[in-house]
Design a protein around this ligand. Structure first.
Ligand code: PRP
Ligand code: ZN
Length: 300
């Protein structure tokens, strides 16, 4: 039975830096979707897995409140929700399952260019504008800095110009927003990337098995991103050296070559990129007929 209750719901950012990559990742897991006319819902065609396209700031709440089973969102948003709930005396009911290796950025404090800055003590008695009040409060408390936090829901970078704050605390990705507003980073609070979170609410019926299956596929997709399959011929006596040179591979397969006693074929999955230098070193160690292939799917 495929009732609405038994379908998995994944919350994904509607419109932003994580959107394309999140959808691409799910498609690479073999999921196919039809998007609704209002583009806020994607119906899973080949598996009972649907997507809700929402504002990234809403994703941790939707997963915590069990409206969605999983969510793909920046760690910055996840940690902000966890800390702001904690500061209100409530617990956020989701767990971070794993990191997704895209959407890298950082949460930083920045000062108008030319502001004298002499370490974190400079922040004492200042006003800092941010939409990340939970993370900022936690940071300031842990460093014993008494400063006042001014909440801005957006356009934080203009707060100093408006005379509303001395510093800002916001997300920095390329740094172009800061540069365009004459601001420079002075402290980094958090390094962030996209992560997948799961609700703590128990998943009924077949849902847990389905969530496990999709998480395993996601893990496989992440692993193959960097992985390469490498094939080469080598003299038997050079095998130890060649094993050492193969980047991030555990146990290569060694196959005798028909018609020779001392030559073998070596096949290995390398869980890192294979660079030209590595191939040149392998060749210098005696390898020949080197071939590097991309890995499409992997299931541990
Ligand atoms: C962040 C932040 C800055 C911008 C920085 O907003 O608020 O405006 O990105 O990026 P840059 O260093 O590449 O210029 P985001 O796009 O995450 O929007 P949101 O806060 O509304 O989700
Ligand atoms: Zn946002």
């Amino acid at each position: 039975m495929d009732t609405n209750e038994q379908r998995i719901k994944i919350a994904v950012q509607k419109n932003g830096r994580l959107t394309d990559h999140s959808l691409d990742l799910l498609e690479r897991c073999g999921l196919k979707f039809t998007q609704s006319k209002d583009q806020l819902f994607c119906f899973g065609e080949n598996m009972p897995i649907d997507l809700l396209l929402v504002r990234d700031d809403d994703i941790p709440g939707l997963v915590s409140d069990d409206v969605c089973d999983l969510g793909i969102v920046g760690l910055n948003v996840v940690e902000e929700k966890r800390l702001s709930r904690q500061q209100e005396g409530r617990e956020a009911l989701f767990d971070r399952v794993f990191d997704l290796d895209f959407g890298q950025c950082r949460l930083s404090i920045a000062a108008p260019d030319g502001t004298p800055y002499d370490g974190i003590e400079t922040l004492k008695n200042s006003t800092i504008a941010t939409s990340y009040t939970g993370l900022l409060r936690d940071f300031l408390e842990s460093r014993r800095i008494d400063a006042s936090i001014e909440y801005f829901s957006g356009a934080v970078e203009i707060a100093p110009k408006l005379g509303k704050a001395d510093f800002i605390c916001d997300l920095v990705s390329t740094g172009s927003t800061l540069a365009a507003n004459g601001l420079s980073e002075v402290e980094v609070l958090l390094q962030s990337e996209a992560v997948i979170i799961q609700t703590r609410a128990p998943l009924l019926g077949d849902k847990q098995a389905l969530v496990d299956r999709i998480l395993q596929r996601l893990d496989g997709v992440l692993q193959v991103q960097e992985s390469k399959y490498i094939m080469l011929h080598a003299p038997r006596h050079a095998l130890d050296r060649i094993r050492e040179l193969l980047p991030g591979s555990e146990a290569p397969t060694v196959i005798p070559l028909e018609g020779t006693n001392d030559k073998v074929a070596v096949h290995a999955v390398c869980r890192e990129n294979v660079f030209w230098e590595t191939l040149e070193n392998l060749k210098a160690a005696g390898a020949s007929s080197l071939l590097v292939l991309p890995v499409e799917k992997m299931l541990a």
